[in-house]
Design a protein around this ligand. Structure first.
Ligand code: GDP
Ligand code: IMO
Ligand code: MG
Length: 437
């Protein structure tokens, strides 16, 4: 399948980076299409363990062109740190390109992210503090600075003058000191000098790849429940992690996206505030956090953990039109006596729904669960569907059935090769009814 999007079906951290690293072994190009260095995409392969923040997870294959797409927001400072860390680990970056149309995160965007969070006091979003929201806000307000501006000093100075007039007014509201035009311009020009050779018009490259029928992967950041339109607004990020944004963010017509893989964790996790109906504040939640090593790759915060939420994944399946699912972290459930799957929410009004409502209703929603038997056998060593424990196959089948999407891959460990490729129709085997509804 030439053009394949890989997107998050839950609250983020589903294992998108891990899946892209696996698929990129056969990819000619990987495009990160939205988000910024708020992402923490962990990849474990023969070269080591890496937490990628902005660089596409296909970077380990030297034959894969890796593009930081137009829909992303780029902090040159952290990008250079990430590049240096990869190079120090022996990863060549000759295949890394940056879209000249991507927007630039500048130091005061991070400063504003912090100031705005502090001003929200009791209703903080719990952002990653990377300046994502303020940068996308400037992009939409048309005051943004783009990567291509960094390599045109005269034009850059003109843009920054307009930009800083706005910024300094905002900073003054927070009692922060104004920014100096010459200082900011000099910093940007320096980044332009260092990164200039990689800053290109990515569209001709992407278009040529698609027209040649190359294998192109579109890598998403975060998941549907943090989508600025379809997530739990305002507890969301400032871009669209759904596949519709892959088309805009990479520069590929929607009709040329052939396949959409929804990455789903076998349970739920979330970082940051906002409704999360299946959250567990008990020993099971603590166990998932411990066994699943559920700590944010970008912020180090403990992730909120809970049972699998089929309502959220159903929302993702519709909005993204998943062609297949990649289920990750099945091994984390090994040894749990029983498992729960949320199939509906009960609202404060008593109404029972099987779709994601708007945030105030979602805030008060309580999950309705079915219970499934667990399994005691370890799954990390399993490489074939038939070798998975019967109860695990039944659980996976139910996940697939509730999403209405076939499972293509089951990940049973963080390392590249630790997965089961599911053959078409195979996941229908071993179906059983839930123990009690
Ligand atoms: P992403 O943001 O969607 O790329 O996901 P993250 O990398 O932030 O979080 C997923 C975490 O789970 C990372 O630490 C991965 O190394 C790890 N991981 C991915 N797949 C598996 C799996 O199947 N089993 C286990 N035990 N860990 C996994
Ligand atoms: P990956 O790509 C998990 C969360 C933050 C906060 C909200 C908004 O690794 O899945 P932002 O900094 O984007 O303005 O924060 O989104 N968040 C993530 N949660 N994984 C991520 O990325 C995240 N990126 C942002 O915690 O709730
Ligand atoms: Mg992550």
């Amino acid at each position: 399948m030439p053009v394949t999007a890989i997107v998050g079906a839950q609250w983020g951290d589903e294992g998108k980076g891990r899946m892209v690293d696996w698929l990129a072994q056969e990819a000619d190009m990987v495009v990160r299409f939205q988000g910024g260095d708020n992402a923490g995409h962990t990849v474990v392969n023969r070269l080591g363990k890496f937490a990628l923040h902005l660089i596409p997870s296909g970077i380990f294959n030297p034959a894969t062109a890796c593009i930081v797409g137009t829909g992303t927001v780029v902090n040159p400072e952290t990008l250079l740190e990430e590049m240096a860390a990869l190079e120090a680990a022996g990863v060549a970056l000759d295949n890394l390109w940056l879209s000249n149309r991507a927007h630039v995160i500048l130091p005061y965007h991070r400063q504003l992210d912090g100031l705005q969070e502090a001003a929200r006091s009791g209703s903080r979003i719990g952002t990653t503090g990377r300046g994502i929201g303020p940068t996308y806000a400037d992009k939409a307000a048309r005051f943004g600075i783009r990567l291509g501006d960094l390599i045109r000093p005269a034009y850059l100075r003109e843009r920054l003058q307009l930009h800083l007039e706005q910024k300094n007014r905002t900073l003054a509201l927070f009692g922060a000191p104004p920014l100096d035009l010459e200082e900011v311009t000099a910093g940007c020009v320096r980044y332009g000098e260092i990164l200039g050779a990689r800053i290109v018009d990515t569209l001709p490259r992407v278009r040529a790849a698609v027209e040649r029928g190359d294998n192109v992967l579109l890598e998403g950041q975060l998941g549907v429940m943090r989508d600025v339109d379809w997530g739990t607004y305002p507890y969301v990020t400032s871009s669209n992690p759904i596949v519709g944004a892959a088309s805009a963010g990479a520069g590929i017509p929607p009709t040329r996206v052939d396949k959409v893989i929804g990455v789903v964790k076998a349970y739920s996790t979330a970082v940051g505030a906002g409704p999360f109906p299946c959250e567990l504040d008990d020993a099971n939640g603590e166990r998932l956090r411990l066994v699943g090593a559920e700590y944010g790759a970008t912020t180090g915060r403990p992730r909120r953990c809970g049972w699998y939420d089929a309502v959220a994944v159903g929302h993702a399946a519709w909005l993204n039109g998943f062609t297949t699912l990649a289920v990750t972290k099945l091994d984390v459930l090994d040894g749990m006596r029983e498992l729960k799957i949320c199939t509906a929410y009960r609202l404060a009004s008593g109404e029972v729904i099987d779709w994601v409502p708007d945030t105030p209703d979602m805030q008060d929603a309580t999950p309705i669960y079915e219970t499934w038997p667990g399994w005691s056998e370890p799954t990390t060593g399993v490489r074939a569907w038939d070798d998975l424990p019967k109860a695990a196959r039944a659980y996976l089948h139910r996940i697939s059935e509730l999403a209405g999407v076939p499972i293509e891959t089951v990940s049973v460990g963080a390392e590249r090769e630790q997965l089961v490729t599911v053959l078409p129709g195979e996941a229908d085997a071993g179906r059983t009814a839930p123990r009690h509804a």
